[in-house]
Design a protein around this ligand. Structure first.
Ligand SMILES: [Mg+2]
Length: 126
């Protein structure tokens, strides 16, 4: 089984709990942070995939994604796949911010499984 961390960036306590439960049930290690700032400042070395809520207090998910992409360039790290979680169909905003994919809320278990399968089966760049 893949041993990287799945990082969930979500401010809603219920969604934090449910998302973590689903990801853990699929056999992955999951860590939750409640803000974009926390996601940006977290050491990304062991992070395999990020689920990023778009609507966050403080810096928004799109802005946090841009900061993560900048940090990856500065630190010459591999690009971590980021899947946006949005309440609206704002696909273009997600992709323009540097996300790789997005899911529209409410997110179902099979949506999360689909993204885990899709983004963790890719060969790692760099
Ligand atoms: Mg939110």
């Amino acid at each position: 089984m893949f041993d990287g961390i799945i990082l969930v960036v979500e401010d809603d306590p219920t969604l934090q709990m449910v998302t973590k439960m689903v990801i853990t049930r699929f056999g992955y290690n999951c860590e939750v942070v409640g803000s974009g700032e926390a996601a940006v400042s977290r050491d990304a070395a062991d992070v395999a995939l990020i689920f990023m809520d778009v609507g966050l207090p403080g810096i928004q998910g799109g802005h946090a994604t841009m900061m993560i992409r900048e940090k990856e360039l500065t630190e010459r790290r591999k690009r971590v796949p980021i899947v946006g979680l949005t309440g609206h169909a704002i696909r273009e905003q997600c992709l323009q911010a540097g996300m790789d994919d997005y899911l529209q809320k409410p997110v179902l278990m099979e949506d999360i499984k689909r993204m885990l399968d899709k983004w963790l089966s890719l060969p790692k760049a760099g």
